[in-house]
Design a protein around this ligand. Structure first.
Ligand SMILES: CC(C)(COP(=O)(O)OP(=O)(O)OC[C@H]1O[C@@H](n2cnc3c(N)ncnc32)[C@H](O)[C@@H]1OP(=O)(O)O)[C@@H](O)C(=O)NCCC(=O)NCCS
Length: 270
């Protein structure tokens, strides 16, 4: 498989997960933030009105499954103006058009901010990670704890806890947690689209890190993906760079993922 083949499988999953997650935003949060979700040219745009968050104000996937046009960048700006977005990020997935899209972004005063690494593997073969924590698939009983661990460790506002919790029990979402005795300490989501699973929401409470929690949660989700009959699993992390921890990056390498490609992230700021 070449990079474009992998990107055609891996890129749409994160976008679909995001779209479904945004659909589940609780009413009080939606009233406060007035979310915008739009599909343009096979790409997905999400904005939260009045935030400068690069992880919420995002454009994903343009040009991967459909032909992108320069005018679509203008459409993104129209939506950004309507949503009063002061800052947003634009992730460029590999495609026959990606260098053209990057040129359009530079012309529109985006600057290259960083890179994500996309990890990819098949689901054959079991992965063994030693840990003294217990990994379990969870249900609604632990949904709020799941949301709390993600928000606390991603540095997200606590107001997003019920939003993350709302994904528990939804079709295609499989949530796992690691427990120290009975205490929930780490999280991981497997999201399923077609024959590929996407691993997201990996977080471990700082007191419980370096005990194999994330590694074991990755292994459990690969196993689940195999049991569900999926062929592939994918995940993304920040690219390793000096001064930034690359713990997740190493955990995906350790559990048999190939570092398949990088995804440049461009940022536009008013
Ligand atoms: C990234 C994160 C999830 C890692 O969680 P974790 O549970 O500490 O991960 P693990 O314990 O599986 O692995 C971490 C390290 O501990 C080591 N380790 C695992 N078990 C161990 C044990 N019993 N004793 C000592 N070290 C151990 C691993 O080999 C790994 O080492 P390395 O950093 O040298 O490669 C956690 O640091 C975190 O929540 N960070 C903030 C949120 C974030 O960045 N999430 C990732 C989004 S992609």
């Amino acid at each position: 498989m070449n990079t474009y083949d992998i990107a055609r499988i891996a890129s749409p999953i994160g976008a679909e997960l995001r779209e479904r997650w945004w659909d589940l935003m609780p009413e009080d949060l939606a009233r406060k933030h007035r979310p915008w979700v739009k599909r343009i040219g096979g790409g997905l745009i999400t904005f939260l009105s009045g935030t400068t968050s690069k992880s919420m104000n995002v454009v994903l996937n343009l040009g991967v499954s459909e032909t992108a046009k320069k005018s679509m960048i203008d459409e993104v700006f129209e939506l950004a103006a309507t949503a009063r977005a002061q800052r947003f990020s634009f992730h460029v997935s590999p495609s026959a058009q990606s260098s053209r899209i990057e040129k359009w972004l530079i012309e529109k005063n985006f600057r290259l901010h960083n890179y994500y690494r996309i990890h990819f593997r098949d689901t054959t073969g079991s992965v063994k990670i030693e840990t003294d924590l217990t990994v379990k698939k969870i249900n609604k009983e632990h949904a709020i704890a799941f949301g709390r661990i993600v928000c606390e460790n991603f540095g997200w506002p606590a107001g997003r806890v019920p939003w993350i919790a709302a994904t528990v029990g939804q079709r295609g979402f499989h949530h796992y947690m690691a427990f120290a005795e009975e205490v929930p300490v780490a999280t991981g989501l497997l999201y399923v689209k077609d024959d590929c699973g996407y691993l997201a929401f990996g977080a471990t409470m700082s007191r419980y890190r370096r005990r194999g929690g994330q590694g074991a949660l990755i292994a459990a989700r690969i196993k689940k993906a195999r049991q569900l009959g999926l062929r592939f699993v994918t995940a993304d992390t920040f690219a390793p760079m000096p001064g930034r921890p690359a713990v997740s990056y190493r955990n995906f390498s350790r559990t048999g993922f190939e570092d398949a490609y990088q995804q440049p992230v461009f940022v536009w700021e008013k």
